[in-house]
Design a protein around this ligand. Structure first.
Ligand code: NOJ
Length: 455
């Protein structure tokens, strides 16, 4: 077996999300999401880990809302056969629940139709971090009505787009946005309360189940899953404790958001070993899971990095992430391509060959305000090549349950807390004029998409 070949039916494409790419944040009846609300409120203030909240606003993104046709035509020229996007809840139902905004339906119909006309299969996230601010004012994810609100929103989306969209995900990286949002206080809504976090997480799982149940009952013939953040972990030292900390880390990061969704229970070791978590769990949580459980069809994995982990009895979950496994000076995340192999192997084995998509994997380089240098992104070419080779190696090793890969992101866009400081895109974007240009990495990606070979 020579070379790195991907199967002919492998889904390969780019991804982006509504609040990061669309701009047009108050156009055609859209209401504010909490991302926009807190971006305005916190501009220039301390954010997290010594970082300052950007003064940039997500009011531009990469101007996708107005320029979707040109972007999609570029995707077609790239040769990609899929695009992962999200729908903006505050655009579709500006008041969170209740009246639907016809202009939003019309807009997303045009985007979906254009993708299909160009031979690109849409992978659609119902929710990628942009809760309507009006729902946040009612307690957001912690409100007991959250699952109902979400189901009603999902119904509108399935009815409007389900005839053409065949790959759906309910939530993007719920564990990151809810843990950071309600527990560590570094993402909207900036709370620090374990009980609230656990309640928000439980409500999110129930919302997911309700959407999956509804979707299945509608017989639309597609698949539905969730998108989870994942990282490969390695013990800081090969002590029994640090090795155990890795298991606890995976229980929390992966198990919590996969086990209930496939098997209907939280990872038992996690609850047993962490009385502080067990004591703060919402009342009747298992009964609620039993009542609503329905298995999903696949799991999406957003893989960026590998971290060393250390046992720490004081820390949440009894583990602490230490330094990156690999050092990559100048890069926001320290990439470690073999970790992609490890995480797909881990999830496949633990969850009995569940269908997997790499829903994000991306190289963030700093915005240095130099178009030529930013488009000559050899580092990103190497990043792509090495991660895509891992996909080919996995499939060759028998992990044929890996069905697709999405590079994050299609074009330089808005990054939460960081604004336009980081560039992840295969297409370079001038965030003032909207000018676009293919980077070297897009030309490389295009060769892979067209040949399904990674040279
Ligand atoms: C994961 C999130 O889904 C996405 O919104 C974000 O831009 C990337 N990580 C990079 O931080």
């Amino acid at each position: 077996m020579y070379g790195y070949k991907l199967p002919d039916d492998f889904l390969i494409g780019t991804a982006n999300s509504a609040f990061q790419s669309e701009g047009a944040w108050d156009k055609d009846g859209k209401s504010e999401s909490w991302m926009e609300y807190y971006a305005k409120l916190n501009a220039g203030k301390p954010a997290r880990l010594g970082m300052t909240y950007s003064e940039d606003m997500p009011d531009r993104g990469c101007f996708f809302y107005d320029n979707y046709e040109a972007y999609i035509e570029d995707m077609q020229k790239t040769g990609q056969n899929t695009y992962r996007m999200s729908l903006a809840w505050p655009r579709i139902i500006p008041t969170g629940f209740g009246a639907v905004n016809p202009k939003a339906i019309e807009h997303y119909n045009k985007v979906i139709d254009k993708l299909l006309e160009c031979g690109i299969q849409p992978f659609v996230d119902l929710y990628h971090w942009d809760l309507p601010q009006c729902l946040n004012e009612k307690g957001g994810f912690t409100n007991p009505q959250f699952p109902e609100w979400f189901e009603a929103y999902a119904k509108v989306c399935f009815e409007a787009f389900g005839d053409r969209v065949k790959l759906w995900s309910t939530f993007n990286e719920a564990q990151v946005s809810l843990h950071n949002g309600y527990f560590s206080g570094t993402f909207p809504p900036f709370h620090k309360n374990m009980k609230e976090y656990l309640q928000a997480a439980q409500n999110c799982l129930l919302a997911h189940f309700r959407a999956v149940r509804l979707y299945k009952s509608m017989n639309l013939g597609g698949k539905i899953g969730i998108v989870n953040a994942i990282l490969a972990v390695s013990p800081t030292d090969f002590t029994e404790q640090d090795v155990y900390a890795c298991a606890l880390h995976m229980d929390h990061y992966v198990g919590w958001w996969t086990e209930p969704l496939l098997e209907g229970t939280y990872p038992q070791r996690l609850l047993r070993e962490n009385p502080n978590i067990a004591e703060n769990m919402p009342e009747g949580y298992q009964k609620q899971l039993d009542e609503w459980f329905i298995p999903m069809d696949f799991v999406g994995l957003n893989y960026y990095m590998t971290k060393r982990t250390r046992y720490d009895p004081e820390a949440f979950g009894h583990f602490k992430r230490a330094e990156s496994f690999y050092s990559a000076p100048g890069q926001f995340f320290a990439p470690y391509p073999p970790g992609l192999f490890d995480v797909v192997q881990f999830v496949s084995e633990r969850y009995h060959g569940i269908e997997i998509y790499i829903t994000e994997n991306g190289c963030a380089l700093p915005n240095i305000h130099d178009e030529e240098a930013e488009c000559d992104d050899e580092e990103r070419v190497t990043y792509l090549r090495e991660h895509l080779r891992m996909c080919a190696r996995l499939i060759r090793a028998g992990y044929t349950n890996l069905k697709g890969y999405y590079y994050w992101n299609d074009a330089d866009s808005y990054e939460q807390l960081r604004g336009y400081d980081l560039r992840f895109g295969l297409t370079w974007v001038d965030h003032v004029t909207g000018k676009r240009r293919w980077k070297k990495s897009r030309y490389f990606f295009s060769q892979v998409c067209k040949s399904k070979m990674v040279n």
